[in-house]
Design a protein around this ligand. Structure first.
Ligand SMILES: *Cc1c(COP(=O)(O)O)cnc(C)c1O
Length: 364
């Protein structure tokens, strides 16, 4: 449990998870392996945690100050990059040595299972169900958003230890509703069960990553900056290079999302500085990466829709010099990217529209 003054080491943070930890008086320490922050790479597992850094964090704070170790696979904010089974095994060994619990955010597990199958030697011969077992056996707690893992509404927290289960159970009426009549209906739990079962099917979980790999490959071939290798979750455009003229304090990834919507009607998601929280002193931490995420949930898009998005992004890239930055006009303190409002720093959006009309007319 996160209590004031405790630390949660993790490979990569997620926005709402970090907000919960901070709200409880804890802090996070991101100790992704250095390769994870290389925007272009051919490393198959850029989501891995740096195990040596985990050891030194524990030495610095003392195991008593570590609330738990959190792994997220794949990693949401750095391009849906997977975590290897080997890395999970190594992290587990460190947890065992220091009596720490390993908590696993499995929201993006389906993609990760696919990448284990195609990228990790030890998993190539395993059925998806068996690699799921191997991953699960390493964890004390597994939680996930069922919107992603299972394609249902709601989520789940799976707890191995009976005493911990009872401790967490007490929080359920506070945050969700009583166990037997809470927020998730039985029919939703049934849908989730079917979704989890489908996630054990390689043909099912491979569709998203294959479309993403196609999009990343096509953009890369055109010289448009994307995160490589292709990960899960979506195609991630590198806004730092796409808009290398826009200062990071003007949210290049947010600006790119706005520009791409104007040019295509496609709604991407900013994953960069805008998604970060201000420091307690009001200063703004700049994100490691500025990404435009074009999410590709399975069984939602057709290949021709993907081709349309590639074509429009190509046009935008040719006209990228027209795109400027953004500034907050309303900035909520917590999770500002959900409810905040922004404005362009100049009339760049009008200029982009004018250029679009000059090239395509009003017919589109
Ligand atoms: C999406 C996501 C969440 C949160 O999902 P909600 O459905 O918003 O609760 C948590 N962790 C990861 C890694 C995610 O990708």
């Amino acid at each position: 449990m996160v209590t004031p003054g405790t630390v949660v080491p993790m490979n990569c943070h997620f926005t709402t998870t970090k907000a919960h930890i901070v709200l409880n008086g804890g802090t996070i320490e991101e100790i992704i392996a250095d390769k994870g922050l290389e925007v272009t790479s051919s490393d198959p597992f850029k989501g891995d945690m740096d195990v040596a850094k985990l050891e030194s964090l524990i030495a610095t704070h003392g195991a008593g100050k570590i609330a738990f170790v959190r792994m997220e696979a794949g990693t949401n904010l750095i391009g849906g990059q997977p975590v290897s089974l080997q890395n999970m095994t190594d992290v587990r060994a460190v947890c065992d040595r220091h009596g720490l619990k390993l908590v696993y955010d499995a929201s993006l597990l389906a993609d990760n299972l696919y990448f284990l199958k195609v990228r990790e030697e030890a998993c190539k011969g395993l059925a998806i169900r068996d690699s799921t077992r191997r991953v699960a056996d390493l964890c004390d707690v597994i939680y996930f958003s069922a919107r992603k893992l299972g394609c249902a509404r709601g989520g789940a927290i799976c707890i191995r230890d009976g005493a911990l289960y009872e401790q967490v159970r007490a929080l359920v009426p506070l945050y969700e509703g009583f166990l037997t009549c809470g927020g998730m209906s039985v029919c939703e739990i049934e849908a989730l069960t079917v979704g989890l079962e489908e996630s054990m099917d390689e043909d099912m979980i491979s569709q998203g990553p294959q479309f993403i790999a196609y999009m990343v490959g096509e953009l890369d071939r055109r010289g448009i900056p994307v995160i490589t290798p292709a990960g899960g979750l979506g195609c991630h455009v590198d806004a730092m290079r796409f808009l290398d003229h826009a200062p990071q304090a003007q949210y290049p990834a947010g600006a790119l999302a706005a520009a791409f919507y104007i040019a295509s009607g496609v709604r991407g998601m900013e994953r960069g500085t805008l998604s970060e929280q201000r420091n307690p002193d009001g200063s703004e931490p700049l994100a490691n990466m500025e990404l435009l995420r074009l999410a590709m949930p399975r069984r939602v898009f057709t290949l021709s829709q993907v081709k349309y998005a590639i074509d429009r992004l190509d046009w935008l890239y040719q006209n990228r010099h027209l795109v400027g930055g953004l500034v907050f006009t309303e900035e909520p303190e917590i999770l500002r990217f959900f409810y905040g409002r922004l404005a362009p720093v100049s009339d760049w959006q009008q200029k982009l529209v004018t250029r679009f009309r000059a090239d395509f007319g009003d017919s589109l």
